[in-house]
Design a protein around this ligand. Structure first.
Ligand code: ADE
Ligand code: ZN
Ligand code: ZN
Length: 280
């Protein structure tokens, strides 16, 4: 996701954190502003492009089998995770580091920033697809704006959903509007049965169980690639305009993905810091 997606997921999660979680997270981040998780949600995307952070570039996605949908509609872990890592392994690793109180505070702070970002990335369908490097190589047009299919899902589609152009500069204020709307819908029961389903794989017992949960999340995202994002096969979208009917069909998928990631992130952090999801 781009700025809007990552910030909205983080700001939505903030609304479901338990008081003890808020206290621990704000202390670890040394930030008591009202947007403490939104403020760090994008950090991993700038870090990956620094010399010290280049090791983490592969941690933002998991590439399934390198065939276009429908052949590639599954994630097999650890087979689909290369030696340089993937988002499933990264979520497990940084969750373990965040739980480890023998580590220096700056290391645990970094682990928290990674977890917040990667629980966002794993919910973006094309972050679980190998074809065309997650569709980064497929040129598309979005309402006349030239982009690629991956970037459209990251940014142009979410931006359009809140009435902004693809290249708009987004801030926490914009993202908070979307997060508040999603929270209101969730609190009004819009995703009532789904919230339970979203959390049923949450387990922090050990690294293996954490990776197992993240594999389920990646699998769900990958199913959206096969059901919708690339349902016509890998190359069918190359050079096409996707700002019309395709956009209309993508909207509900993006909304559920953002809502789900926000709820999952909140429950994950509550489990880490308070031993309960907060949704019991
Ligand atoms: N680079 C290669 N594959 C990718 C993917 N699935 N998502 C984002 N970046 C990628
Ligand atoms: Zn992306
Ligand atoms: Zn990322």
């Amino acid at each position: 996701w781009g700025t809007l997606g990552h910030q909205s997921i983080a700001l939505l999660a903030q609304q479901y954190l338990l008081p003890g979680t808020i206290e621990s997270v704000q202390t670890l981040l040394n930030d008591t502003t009202t947007t403490y998780l939104g403020n760090i949600a994008l950090w991993a995307d700038s870090f990956r492009y620094t010399p010290e952070g280049s090791f983490s570039g592969g941690y933002h996605f998991v590439n399934g089998h390198d065939a276009p949908p429908p052949e590639s509609c599954e994630i097999i872990y650890p087979e689909d995770c290369p030696p340089e890592g993937c988002v499933i392994k990264a979520i497990g690793n940084y969750t373990e580091r965040l739980k480890d109180h023998t580590l220096p505070v700056d290391q645990r702070q970094q682990a928290l920033k990674f977890v917040v970002h990667f629980i966002g990335d794993i919910s973006q369908p094309l972050h679980t697809e190998a074809f065309g490097a997650g569709a980064n190589n497929l040129t598309v047009w979005f309402q006349g704006y030239k982009t690629n299919l991956h970037a459209a899902w990251d940014t142009a589609i979410p931006n359009a959903m809140i009435g902004f152009p693809p290249n708009a500069k987004i801030g926490n204020g914009d993202s908070l509007g979307w997060a508040n709307n999603l929270a209101a819908a969730i609190n009004a029961g819009k995703y009532k049965k789904l919230v339970w389903a979203w959390l049923k794989d949450h387990s922090l017992r050990n690294l293996k169980e954490e990776e197992k949960a993240a594999t389920v999340w990646a699998q769900e995202s990958n199913e959206e690639v096969c059901d919708y994002a690339m349902v016509k096969g890998g190359n069918a979208y190359n050079g096409t305009e996707i700002g019309g009917a395709y956009y209309e069909g993508a909207k509900p998928i993006v909304e559920v993905s953002i809502a789900k990631a926000g709820i999952r992130l909140a429950a994950w952090l509550n489990l880490i810091f308070e031993g309960q999801t907060g949704f019991e």
